[in-house]
Design a protein around this ligand. Structure first.
Ligand code: PEP
Ligand code: MN
Length: 296
């Protein structure tokens, strides 16, 4: 047995989850959503508006996503908002818009479900159910989403430890559904310069503890458009299985999360990043001092 195998076994001895652990499946799993793979060997780009607002806005956002090379669309029809006075999404009308846009663009979509009462309706439209940070420990919702058999995107609770996150995934798995993709979306820390702090170490830690794929949300982590590319590059460098990125045809008019949404003019950079992503982002490794001429 190699050291790594031994370490994985040790992790399991203390791990309280089972089905999502590496012990249950020693290799890394690929989860397929509407023909799109999430797993080892690929970096999958999911992109779209934070919220579905109108048919035109959603179609324009989907076309932007496709221009950038995204394999899948994101968009909220049910929005969890900190304030009861904010826009809470179009509900079923939003799901219908997403379904129409899928027909027009061919992009499968992921959308959030907030309430057990809506699970069947959302599942009848969506290719993948999203459980957001605020609901990561809504255990009845986890069970209901798991029971649909649809793939589930499980975002990390903003104050959840990695162990709590994997236990939440176990609730879905325990329903006989291992089509789970984890999403690191930033955690609450003392720092106020960013909306949340992207826990970049969560990616390799989680990939070692579980066979499930893990993607990164650079938009909700930083909460700032200017941080989306740097955080995306960091996530790819550290081995993320994918990215989920907010974009909007007119971020200034967005009803939700405009300040973090990429704009149409950013699509070429997003496409370019997904094509090559040089680890050093075009920089050169600094040369050391000239040893020949130096006094030792
Ligand atoms: C979202 O992706 O639209 C969202 C609300 O994300 P989070 O749950 O990570 O805040
Ligand atoms: Mn959002």
């Amino acid at each position: 047995m190699t050291d790594t195998q031994l370490d994985v076994r040790r992790d399991f001895v203390t791990a309280p989850y089972e089905l999502v652990s590496r012990q249950h499946r020693p290799g890394r799993s690929t989860v397929t959503v509407g023909g799109v793979p999430f797993g080892p060997g690929t970096v999958t780009l999911v992109a779209g508006p934070c919220a579905v607002e109108t048919p035109e806005q959603t179609l324009d956002a989907a076309l932007m996503a496709r221009t950038a090379g995204a394999a899948m669309l994101r968009g909220g029809a049910y929005k969890p908002r900190s304030s009861p006075y904010s826009f809470h999404g179009l509900g079923e009308d939003g799901l219908k818009i997403l379904s129409e846009v899928r027909t027009e663009t061919g992009l499968p979509f992921v959308t959030e479900v907030l309430d057990t009462r809506d699970v069947d309706l959302v599942a009848s439209h969506a290719d993948m159910l999203q459980i957001g940070t605020r609901n990561m420990q809504n255990f009845s919702l986890l069970r209901a989403a798991g029971a649909t058999g649809l793939p589930v995107l499980l975002k990390r609770g903003m104050t959840a430890t990695i162990e709590e996150w994997l236990l939440a995934a176990e609730y879905i798995a325990e329903q006989g559904n291992l089509n789970i993709v984890l999403c690191e979306r930033g955690i609450r820390t003392f720092e106020t310069a960013t909306r949340n702090t992207l826990d970049i170490s969560a990616v390799p830690v989680v990939q070692r503890l579980t066979h499930l794929p893990v993607i990164v949300d650079p938009s909700h982590s930083g909460g700032r458009r200017d941080l989306v590319f740097p955080l995306s590059r960091a996530a790819i460098a550290v081995g993320t299985d994918g990215l989920i990125v907010d974009l909007h045809p007119r971020p200034a008019d967005a009803l939700c999360d405009g300040p973090q949404a990429l704009e149409p003019r950013d699509m070429a950079e997003l496409a370019g990043m997904m094509r090559e992503v040089p680890l050093l982002a075009g920089r050169l490794v600094a040369a050391g001092p000239d040893i020949e001429g130096s006094r030792r």
